[in-house]
Write a protein that binds this ligand. Sequence first.
Ligand SMILES: Cc1cc2nc3c(=O)[nH]c(=O)nc-3n(C[C@H](O)[C@H](O)[C@H](O)COP(=O)(O)OP(=O)(O)OC[C@H]3O[C@@H](n4cnc5c(N)ncnc54)[C@H](O)[C@@H]3O)c2cc1C
Length: 373
Amino acid sequence: MDVLVIGAGVGGLAVARGLLAAGHQVRIFEQAPVMRTGGAGLSIFSNGAAVLHDLGVSLDGVGGRFDRIDALTADGRIRLSSDMTHAATRYGFPNKSISRRVLLERLSEGLPGDLITYGASCRSVTQDGDRVTAAFDDGSTSTGDLLIGADGHHSVVRRELWGDVPLRTAGFGTWQALSRIDIDLTRTHLHFMITGREGACGLIPAGDGKLQWWFDVRWSPAEPRPAAPLAELRRRFGHWASPVPEVLGQASESDLDFFGHYWQKVRPVWGKGRVTLLGDAAHLMPPTLGQGANQTLEDVWVLGRELAKGGDPAERLRAYEKARYPHVNLVSRMARRNPANIRIPPVIGRMFAETSHSGLLARFSNRLTALSH
Ligand SMILES: Cc1cc2nc3c(=O)[nH]c(=O)nc-3n(C[C@H](O)[C@H](O)[C@H](O)COP(=O)(O)OP(=O)(O)OC[C@H]3O[C@@H](n4cnc5c(N)ncnc54)[C@H](O)[C@@H]3O)c2cc1C
């Protein structure tokens, strides 16, 4: 089949890899003039890593592995400690923090040079019998047998399918960076999640002496951003226990990117006819669980398996959406919670056996990951 993919992000590149390997013709249309490589780091959990492996993408030699997640209070007390090797052993792939740029580069490796048309901003999608046409801002059009909207959180393809459904704000935003931070934690395989009255902070070693670090703060789209965000972060979080002051001490303003978060209720049916959605376009969620890209990769895996069954493509697309809905709906609802509002009293934290909490996290990697290698 001749497949049109809108968007060359994590989902668009991954689905193109899978469909090309299955013998389909694929064309990707990306609105940006070149590959968009910003956005610091991502946690790729065992479920996402298994799909990447299935697509022939290795994460060997890149990023930092994390084997344990410690949830801490602002004054440095451990609330909960999760052994992440449990999930890694069960599914066969370690959990890693890697830069988004490196992930996109690895996903692009070996793809045909003319696969992606850059500067092509999709503005509408129409269907006529068995053909689907995408129209672009410059007046050009492209027609294929199938169209996949992998165009992210402000998806035009979703708008064409669902109408103008406003995104709901998640109530918080993230100041995020991936930079060289010389503290002991950077040389470990530990992931710290620290919460307090002022917000939340995440720290994950990302390999090569780098640390992926972020601060979640309450946010609404109407609020102006601080003119000097690093000074504001130091004022707000600088009194937290070590290593937060050390991270803020070594940080520089140019490392920081801000992302305001939104959430959208996952629908049981995403597409219509020969058009479907994938990734954030279908299930936008805040990064509380670090699952947005991992769930996008699971979409890719399931979509590939459904199309490989053959038969009516529209029926296969609906079967893909039906298979993904219950799982991604659960993850999305859990991710909606503002991490700064999650309070686990230490006494309850100690009641959870490490493996049972890690087992809960492992539930996000559904059974398909065990089948993919
Ligand atoms: C601060 C932050 C931290 C995160 N951390 C994690 C994490 O640790 N782990 C995790 O799994 N996920 C994480 N996520 C979520 C993850 O980044 C997304 O879920 C993932 O990138 C979704 O991939 P996608 O392909 O659907 O969208 P994207 O990667 O956003 O790609 C969409 C692409 O479509 C293009 N596009 C948009 N509109 C059009 C158009 N009209 N025409 C053509 N092209 C278009 C865009 O330019 C873009 O290139 C995080 C997100 C944020 C904001």
